[in-house]
Design a protein around this ligand. Structure first.
Ligand code: 3H9
Length: 682
């Protein structure tokens, strides 16, 4: 194996090259290499300046996340960056790709920074439950002011270097068609030969306090961080650093960084980072097919959302509907999606026009003959879907992949009507499809490896996170969601109130309360979905409050009444009648009502998720516990800083889980709280 850091000389310039795939992260060997390089060139009288550059896909993308699970190894990154800044010869960072976290901190410690204009920089540590730990909270405000640094550090967003063209952060930004190494060398040679080169140290500057109202700033950050501790800690460090010198500031930063590294939130967020990357990995080896032309059957809200995503990612889309009127409405929906993206400044009108130019429409299935992938997105009716797949079987080329976006119907049954069922899979998008990142790729009994891997490769192009799941009612996500919903319904019957349940769940960290979500998605939809399977006989309260709402015509937001009532502006308020009706229903069913604490509500809802997750693993519907977490983080608003339901199970540990499940089994039957194999997750 070659060394991760190598040294070379070009005339009188020393070059430190990092070559540590995939993203040149600052592992112990890279940190040591940087120190060795600086010392070597400092001691070489022939060297006038030192360049730090990286090979392959990017400048350093940060500290090595894999090392965070263990005790820090020397040399520590703060010492490395300080050593670079203290170097007696000018050090120049040559940036491209994504220079993030510790990578950006290395660049900030250099005396000069140059970059290709396509480079992105940022301090995304908060996304891992951390704060910058190698001078980022100290050197960045010294370069761009505390206001901009606050925005960058507490949001964790990556910024184009062009954002800083009016600051001193970059000494030169090269256009994207230039050769970075050659341009950097030319830049440094020029400084050396003209004698203009200096040892300007960012750490010696003072921080400019350009924030007028600190109280307001801190409270806004607290509001935005929604339970995440790292952004608040970073903000307070920035405030405390005013007036401190770099050594004092870095000592403060390091203490808080090390504390956060051991925190539960950071463990959860680091786990989520790894789980997302693992989700797209399978044991399959087939080569994905090339997909350019995509057919979408159905131009409703979901179908048009899916079409928008494909068009935005450069695919040609053929939208097929039953008649010209439905087709026109579908096209309008897609145009509306792009219009809204233009209004929000996400894309330009020219971009929208060019995406729309790849959209064609037809009412004739024959027009799908050249499609590489067809996705059926019509309403949930098995017979209708089978009729569509029979037609697709006739008109599509043999290698075309046939996907259904069904949320809960049996894909094996759908596949049974085509000649070659190996090309049938599920591609379950989440609503709104052009916003939600999750895609469940559903493996039916006969789905081919190639069809599945093609769908996953397509998902990557769509910038979606795909997770492979098997066939069962609701697949992984909605099956768990049904179990979660069932528990909420049960708690309503046992005496918890509508608003109390939702407040307890959002207070715990869920993006929305389960009952508010039901009102949003429509109680009629849930009712019809459940009607297609028989209710469990052992569960006397099974979705009874939901049934009650449906029978009263309270379908949720669409009828201005559901669990909540809605005014003409869509503002929700509590409807005491609902709690009263549910409590009457509970009495009729023989439930004894009691008081619930918020903790009890959130705990029980999460335990229901864990229980169903374990069943999914046992049934082989999902291969990895972490895939379940990815589904919940990206499809159901589970708080990222809590890792996901299965991560929560690990945190609770075997004893606590067993005890909790046993308690619930004493309240309800073992069919509802089945014996589970905790070794599947612990
Ligand atoms: C930090 O720097 C703390 C310091 O302030 C203080 C320290 C004292 N380490 O995402 P991709 C792997 S905290 C190790 O699929 P992309 C990743 O697991 C860090 N490995 O590619 C994957 O591996 P595999 C601050 C890393 O092109 C492969 O690289 N920095 C790291 O879509 C490709 O990743 C960050 O938070 C890492 N730091 O996106 C940056 N980063 O092939 C985190 C990536 O085995 N990283 N890997 O699955 C990212 O945001 C994206 O990975 C990046 C590339 C934008 C760089």
């Amino acid at each position: 194996m070659t060394a991760p850091v190598i040294f070379s000389v070009n005339n009188d310039i020393g070059i430190i090259s990092i070559d540590y795939p995939p993203v040149n992260a600052l592992s112990q060997s890279v940190r040591q290499g940087l120190i060795d390089g600086v010392i070597k060139f400092e001691n070489d009288d022939s060297i006038k300046a030192i360049i730090i550059r990286c090979k392959k896909r990017t400048f350093i993308a940060g500290a090595d996340i894999k090392e965070f699970a263990n005790a820090p190894l020397e040399p520590h990154l703060p010492d490395v960056v300080n050593r670079i800044e203290a170097c007696t010869k000018p050090v120049i960072a040559s940036l491209f790709g994504t220079s993030l976290g510790g990578g950006f901190e290395v660049a900030l410690a250099c005396h000069y920074r140059v970059a290709l204009e396509t480079t992105k920089v940022g301090l995304p540590e908060v996304n891992l439950g951390l704060i910058p730990g190698a001078g980022g909270t100290q050197r960045l405000p010294r370069m761009v002011g505390v206001k901009k640094a606050m925005e960058m550090i507490t949001s964790g967003v990556h910024y184009s270097v062009n954002n800083f063209s009016s600051t001193d952060l970059f000494d030169c930004i090269f256009s994207s068609d230039e050769n970075l190494d050659e341009s950097t060398l030319r830049f440094v040679e020029e400084l050396v030969t003209t004698g203009k080169i200096t040892l300007s140290k960012v750490g010696e500057k003072t921080i400019v306090n350009d924030i007028d109202n600190w109280k307001q700033t801190l409270s806004l950050i607290n509001k935005k961080s929604r339970g995440k501790e790292a952004p608040n800690i970073a903000a307070r460090i920035l405030q405390k650093s005013l007036g401190l010198n770099i050594a004092e500031g870095m000592a403060l930063e390091r203490r808080e960084f090390l504390k956060l590294k051991e925190s539960e939130q950071s463990a959860a967020l680091r786990f989520a980072f790894g789980a997302e990357r693992l989700a797209s990995k399978t044991e399959f080896t087939a080569t994905p097919l090339e997909v350019k032309n995509v057919g979408i059957i159905g131009g409703g809200t979901m179908g048009s959302g899916i079409a928008t995503v494909f068009l935005s990612s450069g695919f040609n889309v053929k939208l097929v509907e039953q008649n010209e009127e439905a087709l026109a409405t579908g096209r309008e929906r897609i145009e509306g999606n792009f219009e809204s993206n233009v209004k929000r400044g996400r894309i330009s009108q020219d971009q929208a026009n060019s995406y729309l130019a790849s959209l064609t429409t037809s009412i004739d299935y024959q027009s799908l003959s050249e499609s590489d992938l067809v996705i059926e997105v019509v309403f949930e009716n098995m017979e209708v879907k089978k009729t569509i797949f029979r037609q697709l079987d006739q008109v599509c080329k043999p290698e075309c992949i046939l996907a259904t976006n069904t949320s809960y119907l049996d894909i094996d049954e759908i596949a049974s009507v085509v000649t070659d069922p190996s090309r049938v899979i599920g591609m379950h998008f989440f609503s709104p499809a052009n916003i939600m990142k999750l895609l469940e790729v559903v493996q039916a009994k006969k789905s081919s490896e190639q069809a599945l891997l093609t769908a996953m490769a397509v998902a990557k192009k769509l910038k979606k996170i795909s997770v492979m799941v098997g066939v069962c009612f609701g697949f992984a996500g909605n099956r768990m969601y049904t179990r979660y919903g069932r528990e909420v319904q049960q708690m309503l019957l046992e005496g918890a109130k509508v608003a109390q349940i939702d407040d307890a769940l959002t207070g715990w960290g869920m993006a929305m309360g389960q009952l508010a979500v039901s009102d949003m998605s429509g109680l009629d939809i849930g009712y019809h979905a459940r009607s297609s399977v028989s209710a469990p006989k052992y569960d006397r309260g099974y979705f009874k409050p939901a049934e009650l709402m449906f029978k009263l015509g309270r379908y949720g937001r669409k009828t201005s009444k559901g669990y909540y009532q809605y005014d003409e502006n869509g503002k929700a308020s509590n409807d005491p009648l609902v709690d009263q009706l549910i409590s009457e229903k509970a009495e009729e069913l023989g439930f004894i009502q009691k008081e619930f604490s918020d903790d009890e509500i959130s705990q029980r809802a999460i335990l229901a998720l864990i229980s169903e997750g374990l069943q999914l693993l046992k049934d082989g519907i999902v291969k990895r516990a972490s895939d379940i977490d990815v589904i919940w983080l990206h499809g159901y608003g589970f708080p990222r800083h809590k890792g996901g339901p299965m991560f929560q199970a690990k945190q609770m540990g075997k004893n606590k889980l067993e005890l909790q499940f046993e308690k619930l089994r004493q309240l309800e039957s073992v069919e509802i709280w089945p014996e589970v194999d905790l070794s599947l997750v612990l």
